[in-house]
Design a protein around this ligand. Structure first.
Ligand code: GLN
Length: 455
């Protein structure tokens, strides 16, 4: 809490610091420890954590960085929050993000800009820039994020932290505010691969309150990370995805990536090039499927049930429909509106087959590419993001320039595979570079081992 106080004026990672709750939770844990009742708690018991403000927390304001949820205090905890509390992990507060997790720089927050600790004139990535900056600036040892198209991994890359998107369905989405439900996944942000593994073991597992939760136990992730730390990768087959490198990637990013590949080989891994020929279409498919789901999920913010309500001005009929229009006009920012309009268009009668239906077909082809690749190798690798952290404002006027940031992270969301980003040194500009591992569905442990070896 002291570090948060001193760092926040220059970082602005937190939308809300829950200092009193955190102290009470820490005291409760200390009391347990003193009475010898901490036996059997996970290794992370007592370690504090920051939460992306896209995850609901009972009694603590939750905004999704949107004006439409300003002042909303959830009456319940997300499953992951219940699990953190049961593990004795104090909650430090809620971190900033792009509104409703839509963006790659955290600049689309309705409240504040979060700064990258490596250079405070640059963005921390997004949408989970708050969680990544909080961990990178040592304000919190751990954080939770949500990843729909890269929002845990890309900020990890841009801030030199570890970010993991678990297998879709491996961590409960109950209480994660929905952006695009078939893509969303909660996951760990940390400074080491082992920390991420320990955290995923705490938050993972089946939850009957999430209909897409996979009925399986969490794989032995910490054991895999500890194995990897021995830096012996004999027998591990690694596939370098041809389509996720080269053109469009900053030379300094490529250079660090190639050096890391040599290190993997030096530890005994067999690295081969694999082709995923449909990956170049993943970005286009994502930017149809995601807004379609956004347009449907965000229909619930209507001024009726919770959050902001704006009544029509005098002279305008005081109808429910008008109230909804005025509320949504005032409550949503430009990027969110852009996606609701795009998604509504893509789903409308007559266009559905041409846009949404086609994008779903492309999604199937990408799943096939992964299946073929994983017949040959255990894990796939690529740079996480094509560039290092960019300056504030640089990509704000050009949505397409912003969307291209997600080129390497999106395939894993479309296929539901686990993926993670770890730091891979600094580019020529002195800024962190991220290295991505992707493993087959339900085999998250396969990426933790080589990731721990490389870090
Ligand atoms: N940057 C991506 C987008 O804008 C990813 C968002 C996310 O993962 N939440 O959609």
């Amino acid at each position: 809490l002291d570090v948060i106080e001193s760092a926040e004026p220059s970082i602005e990672a937190f939308l809300h610091v829950s200092a009193d709750e955190a102290r009470a939770q820490a005291d409760a844990f200390d009391a347990k420890l003193a009475k010898g009742e901490a036996e059997g708690l996970p290794e992370l018991a007592g370690v504090p954590i920051a939460i992306k403000d896209m995850i609901v927390t009972k009694g603590i304001p939750t905004t999704a960085a949107s004006k439409i949820l300003e002042g909303w205090v959830p009456p319940y905890d997300a499953t992951v929050i219940e699990k953190l509390k049961a593990a004795g992990m104090p909650l430090l507060g809620k971190t900033n993000l792009d509104e409703f997790a839509q963006g790659s720089s955290t600049e689309h927050s309705a409240y504040q800009l979060t700064h990258n600790p490596w250079d405070t004139e640059r963005v921390p990535g997004g949408s989970g820039g708050g969680s990544a900056s909080a961990v990178a600036a040592f304000e919190s040892p751990l954080a939770l994020g949500t990843d729909t198209g890269g929002s845990i991994r890309q900020p990890g890359a841009l801030t030199g932290t570890v970010g993991v998107k678990p297998t879709y369905g491996g961590v409960s989405r109950f209480g994660a505010i929905a952006m695009a439900s078939s893509l969303d996944q909660i996951g760990p942000v940390s400074r080491t691969v082992l920390d991420a593994a320990l955290l995923q073991e705490v938050i993972g597992g089946h939850d009957k309150r999430d209909s897409t939760s996979i009925p399986m136990d969490v794989p032995a992730l910490a054991a895999a990370a500890r194995q990897g730390a021995k830096r012996d990768l004999k027998g591990v087959k690694v596939g370098l995805v041809k389509e996720l490198a080269g053109e469009g990637f900053q030379p300094g990013v490529e250079a660090r990536f190639n050096e890391a590949v040599k290190l993997l080989e030096g530890m005994g891994a067999e690295v081969v090039e694999v082709s995923c020929p449909r990956f170049p279409y993943a970005l286009a498919a994502y930017y149809i499927i995601m807004p379609s789901e956004v347009s449907s999920n965000l229909a619930r913010y209507d001024g009726m049930r919770y959050g902001l309500r704006v009544m029509p001005p005098a002279g305008v009929p005081q109808t429910a429909a008008n109230m909804m229009s005025y509320t949504r006009e005032a409550g949503f920012g430009d990027e969110v509106k852009r996606r609701i309009i795009l998604g509504t268009y893509a789903l409308s009668a007559g266009y559905y087959d041409a846009w949404y239906g086609k994008a779903q077909q492309v999604r199937t082809l990408i799943i096939e590419d992964f299946a073929k690749a994983f017949e040959q190798v255990d894990v796939l690798i690529s740079p996480t993001s094509p560039s290092t952290a960019f300056k504030f404002g640089e990509k704000m006027d050009d949505p397409l320039a912003m969307y291209v940031n997600d080129i390497a992270t999106i395939p894993a969301n479309l296929a539901g595979t686990p993926a993670m980003s770890i730091p891979a040194g600094l580019s020529d500009d002195g800024l962190p570079v991220g290295f991505q591992f992707i493993a087959p569905q339900k085999r998250d442990e396969l990426m933790y081992k080589p990731a721990a070896a490389l870090e």
